[in-house]
Design a protein around this ligand. Structure first.
Ligand code: ZN
Length: 280
């Protein structure tokens, strides 16, 4: 789509001039910050998986709601078991939290008053205190882990819970950025837990009373300790990418987009543009 001026229409902050950004905030003062990672995702998926999947999702959300999309930092914080993989570029938790605070404080100067941290990577728990601290500074900041948002329908689409480079993540990739996927290299694999399976829950485990890694404020205690074969070969998968399909990825993505649109519209109605939200 192009405007009469010839300039391409975009909801991304980095494509706009400073005065266009300010004008945008007068119409819709909600800004979404996509947060993913640069992290190994097995042999068959790119390291940018968690970030790449967010672009098509959030562009649909922005188109439908008028929300602004903030430039994504690409890098993320990581559980320790990914750190030894070449290709993973981990941020320290403190670095990520400071970065989020700087982005929110900076974007607020242009008139944006409501922020959604939108996570495509299991790191929302690292930033829970940051959301609270920004609230104390007067900023309205929500944290969304999309896997949690659609947990109830996960089981209707996938045969296995959400883990890593698995059925769900590979399906998301096949739908959202198939050009960077090589299914001929996909390997199914489990992981070694630090305690027996009965004590550990998957990210979208089908149990009701078990702690869930993507729950806000809840970390399932012991993470798996390695992602290797018995011979020590680095594989990096937890789950079954062989079960993935483009169709599953599309259905799942549609739910995520639909529910995110619903959330943004709810915020718009509850707090019209320009309205200060009292967070303290
Ligand atoms: Zn991932």
């Amino acid at each position: 789509m192009t405007k009469k001026t010839g300039k391409k229409e975009s909801y991304w902050w980095q494509h706009k001039s400073f005065n266009e950004i300010e004008e945008h905030a007068k119409e819709c003062d909600i800004a979404i910050l996509p947060l993913g990672s640069i992290e190994q995702h097995g042999h068959h998926l790119p390291t940018g998986h968690d970030t790449l999947q967010l672009f098509p999702m959030l562009e649909k959300v922005a188109e439908e709601t008028g929300a602004m999309l903030l430039p994504t930092p690409w890098y993320g914080a990581h559980p320790h078991h990914h750190w030894e993989f070449p290709g993973t570029i981990p941020l320290e938790n403190d670095t990520l939290n400071k970065l989020i605070k700087d982005v929110v404080r900076g974007a607020a100067k242009a008139g944006f008053k409501k922020f959604i941290l939108f996570f495509g990577h299991g790191q929302a728990f690292v930033t829970n205190y940051t959301v609270q601290e920004l609230g104390r500074e007067g900023y309205y900041v929500l944290s969304v882990m999309f896997q949690s948002m659609v947990r109830d329908i996960h089981k209707d689409i996938f045969e296995t819970p959400f883990w890593h480079a698995d059925e769900a993540e590979t399906s998301l990739a096949l739908h959202n950025f198939p050009e960077y996927v090589d299914m001929s290299k996909a390997v199914d694999m489990g992981a070694t837990s630090l305690v027996d399976g009965e004590f550990v829950s998957g990210c979208t485990d089908y149990g009701v009373s078990t702690p869930l890694r993507f729950d806000s404020g809840t970390v399932s205690a012991p993470e798996y300790k390695d992602l290797k074969t018995e011979d020590g070969e680095l594989i990096g998968v937890v789950g079954k990418p062989s079960l993935a399909s483009k169709e599953k990825g599309e259905e799942y993505t549609d739910y995520i987009v639909e529910r995110t649109i619903k959330l943004v519209k709810h915020i718009k109605e509850k707090y019209p543009a320009g309205e200060e939200v009292e967070t303290i």
